[in-house]
Design a protein around this ligand. Sequence first.
Ligand code: HEM
Ligand code: SF4
Length: 562
Amino acid sequence: MYQYDEYDQRIVDERVAQFADQTRRYLAGELTEDEFRPLRLQNGLYIQRHAPMLRIAVPYGNLNSKQLRTLGHIARTYDRGYGHITTRQNVQFNWPRLEDVPEILDQLAKVQMHAIQTSGNCIRNVTSDPFAGVAADEIVDPRPWCEILRQWSTFHPEFAFLPRKFKIAVNGAKEDRAVIRVHDIGLDIVHNAAGELGFRVLVGGGLGRTPIIGEEVAAFVPWQQILNYCEAILRVYNLHGRRDNAYKARIKILVKALGVPEFARQVEEEFAHLKDGPSTLTQAEIDRVAGRFNDPVLSALAQDAGYRARLAEDKAFAAWARRNVRNHRVQGYASVVLSLKPYGVAPGDLTADQFDAVAELADRYAFGEVRSTHEQNIVLASVREADLFALWQEARAIGLATPNIGLLTDIISCPGGDFCALANAKSIPIANAIQDRFDNLDYLFDIGELEINISGCMNACGHHHVGHIGILGVDKNGEEFYQVTIGGDQGNQTTLGKVIGPSFAAAEMPDVISSLINNFIDNRQDDERFIDTVRRIGVESFKTRVYAERTARLEAKEIAHV
Ligand code: HEM
Ligand code: SF4
C-alpha cells in the first residue's frame, strides 16, 4: 500500500491546522454560516438530516490495519459506534459533532488519511479495482496510476472550482471491476498493437438524474501523456460545462450536447498545447510512486492440501469459499471478500469493534492491508490458502462471513431517508426487508448471481441504474414509493436498467422481488444468471408477472377485509 512521503504528510497536516482554526472561528461567531460552508465542504463535512456527516477519503479503496484501528477508534469515541463504507470506496461517519471534527481529522492525519476533496466541485477520490495488484486477470496494476492521479488532482488550482464534482476510475484488468463506464473519466489500461502501455479513455459516464454510459474519446493515449490528456478533458469541461444549472453541470451533459466527435476534437485541440508539457510523466516518476507501495513480495506456494480437504468435508466452509474467495495471481494465495451484508444490518456498516477485528485479521492473515469495494464490502487481497479455514472461522465469529457475495442479499444501498437530507424515501429498511425474505441460503445459491442496488433518490448514490434489479425511492404526494428497474449491469457490459412500470409501496417490495425471481426461475435456461435471462427474454414477461401477482394480492386482501 502507498506510504506518504514528507510532502503528502505536510499537505495533510497543514490542512488539519487550517480547518481547526476555521472551525474555532466559526464556533466563536467570527465566520458566518455562508463563510464556513465551503470550508467545511472542502474537508468532507456535510450537514445532514440529524447531524454533520464526515466523508473520509480512501484512495482507490486501500486501507491498512493502523488506519482501520483509527476508524474504529473514531466510531467508538466520536460517533455512535459504527462507520459506513460507501459506493465510492470511502468511509462515512453519520454522527460526529462539529466540535470534534478537527480532532478527528488530526487523528486521521497521523495515519495518513484525510477528508480533502471528498466533497465540492473538484476531482474526487479516484476509485479502482479492489483486487488491484492481485487479480488473476490483471493486465497492469492500476494503483500507481491511481496514486499519480491523486497527487496530480489534489489541490490542482485549475480544477478546484469545476462546474460540478468530477470522478475518475481506473481499471487495469480484463474484467472491469471499477465501473469505469459510469464515471466522468474512465481509464482502461491497455497495450497497443506494438505492445506499448497506454490508456483507453472513456468520458461522460455517470448515474444520477441523467444516467449515461461513458463513451470512448481516445482508443490509446501513451502513458507518458495521460495527465496531459486528462488535463485537456478537464479544460474543455471547465470552459464549456454548464454553470447556470446544477442539474446539467456534469461533463456527461456537455459530452451529450456537443456529441462525442466534437468533444473529442476540442480535447485534441487542447491536448496539442499540453502534450509533452510539465505534466508529462517519466519512467522515473512512475518508479518513484510505484516504489512507495510497500506490497508484500509473494512467491508461489504449493497448493494447500489441507484447504482442499476442508473444502471437501465442511459444507459451510465450502459455501463461503465458493462465494467469498477469489483466485489470486500467485499460486497458493487467494483473495477474500468479507461480507458487510449480514442480515439486518445497513449494507456497508461496520461497528467500531469490527473495524478493530478486521485490522486484526488483516495483520494476521493479509499482510496488514484491506480494500473497500464499491459494492460496500471489504477485501483481504492476499491470504495464504493454508490460512483460509482459520480466517473463515474468525470472520464468522465477528459476523463478516455471510457467504453471499454476488448473491441477492449482497445489496448495495445508499443511506437513504434514515440519514440523508436529500432522500425521497428510506433505503436501508427496504434492503433489510428483502434480506429477511430471502434468508434461505440454499435458495440464494440456487438463484445465483444477482445484484440489487437501492438509492433513496435520483442522485443514485446506491447505483440503482446498474443493478440487475434497481430500486429507486420516489416521492408521491409526500409518501414514500419505490420504482423498480431490471436489466442494469456493471462491468464490461455496463447497461442501464429499464423501469418495469408504476412504483410500489415499501411493504410490497419483498413480494415484488419474489415475483421477479419466480419469473426468472420459470424462464431461465440451465445455469443462466438473472441478468442473462432478462437480456434474452426482455422486460415484458417480468412486468406482466409482477403486476398480475400484485393485483391478485391486493384482491385477496380486499376479500379478507370483507
Ligand atoms: C448522506 C449524504 C450524501 C449526500 C448529501 C449525497 C449527495 C449526492 C448527490 C447530490 C449526488 C448527485 C450528484 C450529481 O449527479 O451531480 C450524489 C451522487 C453520488 N453519490 Fe452521494 N450523497 C450522500 C451519500 C452517499 C453515500 C453514502 C454514497 C455511497 C453509498 C454515495 C455515493 C454516490 C455516488 C456513487 C454518486 C454518483 C452517481 C453519479 O454517477 O453521478 N453518496 N450524491
Ligand atoms: S441517493 Fe439520494 S438519498 Fe441516497 S444518499 Fe444519495 S442523495 Fe441521499
